[in-house]
Design a protein around this ligand. Sequence first.
Ligand SMILES: [Zn+2]
Ligand SMILES: [Zn+2]
Length: 81
Amino acid sequence: MGLLCSFQRCFICGQSGATITCCDMDCDLSFHLPCAMEAGCVTQYITPYRSYCPAHRPEQAVQATPEPGTLINENAAKSDC
Ligand SMILES: [Zn+2]
Ligand SMILES: [Zn+2]
């Protein structure tokens, strides 16, 4: 964990210079930000980037970004009084 080394090898594309590390404390897999986005590893698009390798990626991250249509429907149901 951490960004101690800025020349780690990206586990997605295999090239060096990976700057993003899996947020799991027991995991030190690193990857490039573009690679992580392409692989769906990044769950937070603002700094600091919260990213996980595929093994540690929380599944609830998918539900954290509901589609606009879903939100509108929920609000409409709650305001019905
Ligand atoms: Zn890469
Ligand atoms: Zn990991």
